[in-house]
Design a protein around this ligand. Structure first.
Ligand code: ZN
Length: 232
């Protein structure tokens, strides 16, 4: 998403949140997105917890071969240790989002602690890739204050609607099935590249082929946000 569009989107979400507060609606559903409501057959593949020196290059190879752009929610601590794979992912055209620095769950941290995690990671991603426009809280642990802190940093908080189960090291076929059974237009698919020996690299190639057969296109999370359709 272009910087200007990103700000417009952030401000729109912030306004919605303030309105929700005024009218006592649940703000939580709007502050963090699990999927993007759309009628277009678009889907965003996302990878958390990397980079990892074995797993990340394996996944990047498959994505390059299939010509698919995705979003990597990198962990600041891993990006600091293996900066070359963050740079490579960005060079390949993938979006780099923040997954905070040390994978501590934000609901257990003080505001100053999680803001430091956010700022440290953002700074690193800016140096290695680009200004991050999306933020995924570690373990999906967030609250309204966390999402507002992200918005103030120009970032939308992104959760997921499809858990592939790759992090549990399920067999490739099961990871593929979990995905295909649950993907809908606007889905955000959760995968991982932060550990070795994951089924992810093998599964993602099959997932891409099968979803393409069903007419899906693959976009980064920021691109997916552009498909947001307000329902009446
Ligand atoms: Zn994670």
């Amino acid at each position: 998403m272009k910087a200007k569009n990103r700000w417009v989107f952030s401000i729109a979400l912030l306004t919605l949140t303030m309105l929700a507060g005024t009218y006592h609606l649940t703000a939580s559903t709007e502050l963090a997105l699990r999927y993007v409501p759309t009628t277009h057959k678009v889907v965003a593949l996302t990878f958390d917890d990397g980079p990892h020196p074995q797993t990340t290059p394996q996944i990047l190879r498959v994505l390059k071969e299939k010509q698919v752009k995705t979003t990597f929610f990198v962990l600041g601590s891993n990006a600091a240790t293996h900066p070359e794979w963050v740079k490579q992912a960005a060079q390949d055209g993938h979006e780099i989002g923040s997954h905070a620095y040390s994978h501590r769950f934000f609901n257990t941290l003080k505001t100053t602690e999680y803001e430091a995690e956010m700022d440290q990671t953002n700074q690193l991603i800016c140096q290695l890739a680009h200004e991050p426009a999306v933020f995924r809280p570690p373990g999906g642990s967030w609250n309204d204050a966390v999402a507002r802190a992200a918005l103030l940093r120009g970032q939308t908080t992104i959760l997921w609607s499809v858990d592939t189960g790759d992090w549990r090291r399920l067999p490739v076929g099961q990871v593929v099935k979990n995905t295909l059974d649950n993907v809908k237009p606007g889905s955000i698919v959760l995968m991982h590249d932060g550990q070795p020996a994951l089924p992810t690299a093998e599964a993602v190639g099959i997932i891409i082929d099968k979803l393409r057969d069903k007419g899906y296109q693959f976009v980064t999370v920021s691109e997916l946000l552009q498909y947001y359709e307000v329902r009446h």
